[in-house]
Design a protein around this ligand. Structure first.
Ligand code: GTP
Length: 315
């Protein structure tokens, strides 16, 4: 069994020292303090597996200390009371106040060793439970991230985008703030795939995505994969003038990647076309309708020669 970290609280110096030594001899790590206030202060720093708490102390009784600790630290740690009294009412009261066991002073060596053994088993289970809970929490975090994330590009996925967009629209509607939505599509991506291969195509999408993430990751900005080689950028509190600047910036940052695209009839490198809409939502617009609007202007940008953006007239 592993050693326990024991917080020992007793106001009588000699008794405290004797008991601390005995506990240390049994292989435990002991922090011995002389008052309830000290115990409350030490508790979070020492992070004990067990509390040995004298019941009668002048400044604060052991039961009061136990009550405070149970309130301040909801994670359960066993408490054993130490007392010169062996009346059944005293024992019952101590357990009611949050104690788990009771040892009558002077502490009998064999009784102490046996009770510590029992507490050690509990401490062991508690550590196991803590570890399991921690790995479960981590697994949950990973899972919820995966639910919202696109596997290839690690951008937000379509499901997350749909939800966030609905929230964005109603929030901007309520607050009367402008909102911008950009849909972009890699130009001649089929030709890219056909020429360089699907794996290189994937790498291209990843490079474009990480650029989008880098450029649109501030609070109120969202970059997501809409599907295939189409992406969406949502920018909170962004009016038309700024939206135009953002589209320019987006165009430039993709060009700066300088990914060769020898089959493109638009440029020698990978470029994107964009459809943008910037408006002050009423809050009643549907996500589907807004996708349709940006998709329509994105199509126009394609028709007009690609590597450009077209803004939708929408008020
Ligand atoms: N490598 C790769 N290709 C993808 C992925 N998703 C979609 N595509 C490809 O993207 C291409 C999209 O082609 P189109 O919709 O014809 O569009 P385009 O060739 O980009 O032409 P324009 O949009 O008109 O410039 C198709 O060849 C799809 O197979 C992906 O995850 N990885």
């Amino acid at each position: 069994m592993e050693a326990m970290r024991i917080l020992l609280v007793d106001d009588v110096h000699l008794e405290r020292m004797q008991l601390a030594m005995r506990l240390q001899r049994l292989g435990h790590v002991v922090e011995a303090v002389a008052s309830g206030h000290e115990a409350i202060e030490k508790y979070p720093l020492f992070d004990p597996d067990l509390l040995l708490l004298d019941v009668s102390m002048p400044d604060m009784s052991g039961t009061e200390v136990a009550e405070q600790i149970r309130i301040q630290h909801p994670e359960w740690v066993p408490i054993i009371f130490l007392s010169g009294h062996d009346e059944p009412e005293m024992i019952a009261k101590a357990i009611d106040m949050g104690g788990d066991d009771y040892i009558v002073k002077p502490v009998n060596k064999i009784v102490l060793a046996a009770k510590l053994k029992a507490m050690q088993r509990i401490a062991h289970m508690r550590h196991q439970l803590k570890d399991t809970t921690k790995s479960l929490e981590q697994a949950n975090e990973r899972l919820s991230q995966q639910v919202n994330e696109d596997g290839l590009t690690k951008l937000a996925n379509r499901r997350y985008l749909d939800t966030k967009l609905a929230e964005f629209i109603s929030w901007h509607g309520r607050n009367n703030f402008p909102f911008t939505l950009i849909m972009l599509d890699v130009d001649h991506f089929k030709l890219f795939n056909d020429h360089y291969g699907h794996l290189e195509g994937d790498r291209c999408l990843q490079a474009v995505s990480s650029e989008l993430k880098k450029n649109f990751s501030r609070a109120g900005e969202l970059a997501a994969r809409y599907g295939g080689e189409e992406f969406v950028i949502a920018i909170s509190n962004c009016d038309k003038t700024r939206a135009v600047r953002e589209c320019e910036r987006l165009k430039e940052c993709i060009q700066k990647l300088e990914i060769p695209h020898s089959k493109s009839t638009t440029a020698e490198i990978v470029t994107v076309s964009q459809g943008m809409v910037s408006w002050v939502p009423t809050g009643l617009e549907t996500v589907e309708n807004m996708y349709q609007i940006v998709d329509r202007v994105l199509y126009k940008a394609k028709e007009q020669g690609r590597n450009r953006f077209v803004a939708a007239e929408f008020t």
